[in-house]
Design a protein around this ligand. Structure first.
Ligand SMILES: [Zn+2]
Length: 434
């Protein structure tokens, strides 16, 4: 959502108010941005799977799906490596039924990733752009990034809210089994429509930043994001392409990507030096090859892999500065009023993150709420402890007790403690550390 309110803080408050009024917003744990969400994640994934099945089925009937070719294998290898990095930042995506199809339309330059990881790429990327491995990683990294931070779900919400009318909402939330098919159909329609809707400038910028980092971490040259968009801009001058109608502002984008390259280059260099990772396969194997999904010797399960990599204190580069301060015990909150809406909407998810050991998500969510309270500091302490930053954890537990002493304790009529006895637990945690 774009805002024309003068200050960033006011803008955040404005969006939060609007979200509260519409009862359909969520703070993204990766970006911290408030997103307009009318539909649940499960609904978005179900609708997308139905839309994908129907689209792929039709393309298959028309002989438009490529199978068993070298470029099918190429895009599978590239995409699998990108997904292995994506799950690092959202471990639940390890259980998505990731799938990619190569669509034989040599004149079409387009690619997409729906909610739940259903992907497609058109052969124009090879036939018209002669894209390299690194450039294919740039485009798929960008599309996977959209799905990772729930942009398809956000666009489905817009499609349902605006395009199909608010009366549909009753259907969306219906539990009656008679309504199930209709529900699924609405979801599929919204998912198909979402693929054709342009993303907001903010969403594009998020996908560019996260995408270039996923590619770099997977061992693909981030400079390819720049050359890819240059090729597309050149091609578009000849014949306007579908991809650019949903991905506008090419010139500013190229400049922005160029500025991002040095930030993620060290990740690329490190990944190259490490060589291929031992991540499990995430993609369904292409049908035509008739291969079974066979685990490599001693291969971890997807879940174990996701759990292991999610526990490391990795941060996406564009939130890295903030996470660095967290790691050093330097996060201090002063806000008590302007932040209260975000605080109230965020803190409901903290016990869930805490219970799941999703320490990175917990820390980011607490930092995004920016609110001076004993509960905020306690949760930061828990996240720091979980990630093994003992010194920082001690600082935050201490600050939790100080905040309570200074009259910033959670509890009371307007702000619950989410069932947590902060003073008792923070004291206990500090006691353990003495
Ligand atoms: Zn995009």
């Amino acid at each position: 959502m774009r805002c024309r309110v003068p200050s960033r803080r006011l803008c955040t408050v404005f969006v939060a108010l609007l979200c509260a009024a519409l009862a359909g917003c969520a703070t993204n744990p990766i970006t911290g941005r408030n997103q307009f969400m009318l539909v649940s994640e499960e609904y978005a994934i179900g609708g997308s799977a139905a839309a994908y099945r129907s689209m792929i089925g039709q393309l298959g009937n028309r002989g438009k799906l490529e199978s068993g070719t070298a470029r099918v294998k190429q895009i599978h290898d590239i995409t699998d490596r990108l997904i292995a990095q994506a799950v690092r930042f959202r471990s639940d995506t390890a259980n998505w039924n990731w799938q990619i199809e190569v669509i034989d339309e040599p004149k079409m330059i387009n690619a997409f990733c729906m909610a739940g990881g259903k992907m497609g790429i058109f052969t124009g990327f090879w036939d018209k752009l002669d894209a390299s491995d690194d450039e294919l990683a740039a485009v798929m990294g960008h599309e996977i990034a959209h799905a990772l931070v729930s942009h398809p779900r956000e666009r489905m919400s817009v499609a349902i809210g605006v395009g199909l009318g608010v009366t549909v909402l009753a259907g969306v939330t219906a539990r009656d089994s008679n309504d199930f098919d209709r529900n699924l159909q609405i979801g599929a329609t919204a998912a198909a429509l979402a693929v054709t809707l342009p993303n907001s400038r903010e969403a594009e910028s998020e996908a560019d930043q996260i995408g270039i980092e996923l590619a770099a971490r997977a061992g693909y040259d981030p400079n390819a994001a720049v050359t890819l968009w240059q090729k597309m801009a050149k091609e578009d001058r000849g014949a306007p392409m579908e991809f650019l109608s949903t991905h506008p502002a090419v010139d500013t984008r190229i400049e922005r990507l160029r500025a991002l390259v040095p930030q993620v280059e060290p990740l690329y260099v490190a990944a190259k030096a490490r060589g291929p990772s031992a991540a499990p396969n995430f993609l369904a194997v292409p049908e035509a090859t008739n291969e079974r999904v066979v685990s490599r010797a001693g291969e971890e399960s997807r879940e174990d892999y996701a759990r292991r990599v999610a526990k490391t204190a990795e941060a996406l580069t564009f939130v890295a500065g903030e996470v660095e301060r967290f790691r050093r015990g330097e996060v201090v909150f002063t806000c008590t009023f302007a932040c209260s809406i975000t605080y109230r909407s965020n803190k409901g998810e903290w016990p869930t993150y805490r219970q799941a050991g999703a320490w990175r998500e917990l820390a980011v969510s607490v930092m995004r709420a920016e609110t001076l309270s004993d509960l905020s500091y306690f949760m930061l302490g828990e996240a720091a402890q979980g990630l093994g930053f003992e010194d920082a954890a001690r600082v935050y537990y201490q600050r939790a007790l100080e905040a309570a002493r200074d009259g910033h304790a959670c509890g009371g009529l307007l702000s619950s403690c989410e069932g947590i006895d902060v003073t008792k637990l923070a004291s206990a945690a500090l006691g353990d550390k003495r």
